[in-house]
Design a protein. Sequence first.
Length: 305
Amino acid sequence: MSAGRKPLAMPQMADPALDAPHLDGALSVMRESAISDQQEQVSSAFDLGRFVGVAQLARTMSNFSAAAEIRAFEEINKSKAFKNLPIRHADGDFRPAENIDAFCRLVFGRGYKAMSDSKVMLQQLGEEAYENVQRLGLNRAQLRLLLTLPEDERMAVEEAMQAGGKDEVVTLIQSLANKLDETQAKVEELKGELQATEEISAEKTQRIEALQRDVKRIATAPPDRVLAELQAEATRLHNDVRGGIVGQLRQALAALHAHGETHESRPLVFMAGLVGQLEQDLLALRDEFGLPTVDRGELAWVDEA
């Protein structure tokens, strides 16, 4: 019965010799990728370690560039690899810092904010001036005064920092800052005077415009109405002047008289001069307009007005 049966076909097996190149290629790619990742990590750690070394060297060497410390801080701050870099702690153990502030305190001896402030100060002053500031040991208050100075005055201070000592530089900064304050105070005073002048000018303009409107209105109004308005305005001015005489001026004369009685002094001539001046002014008005003399009864209309 088996004579007529066809033999079963055996499955073809892959030839190991044929797949070896593909397998070697895959393994080679995997090795290169692993090596590349490892090299990148080593390179990052090496760079970070280099900047840390620069920062520590700048801290320990007093004659080392102060700006180099800030440059190292900038590079370290850009990198996040500090989380994986062992740093020697106060207990002597090497382990990564908990955060960037702790890292800065271990490496630079100052916190992150202080280092950031120093970075801003370096940008504002420039490297040479920053070096001189650090060398002289100027405090924050003195630095703030220095930064408020105009460019010309700041350049004068920077020249003094190169040749002089701390006391001379601080004295110069304070002197220039005081002059700047005086100048600013004078500017504010002038601004106030200018504003007052502008307000007075605006008031004068409003009065002039009002008078111009009155002139136009009077030019077109009936004579009787114009006369009534002019009399009303003259009466108002008369009442103001009379009120000043019988009110404020009388009180001032009474105070002078009382002082003379108390201290046995007689300022009668001075008082008479004030009243006499008013009499002369009134007589001048009477002569100018040829006004007749009227008695009290004829002035009743003024009081009624």
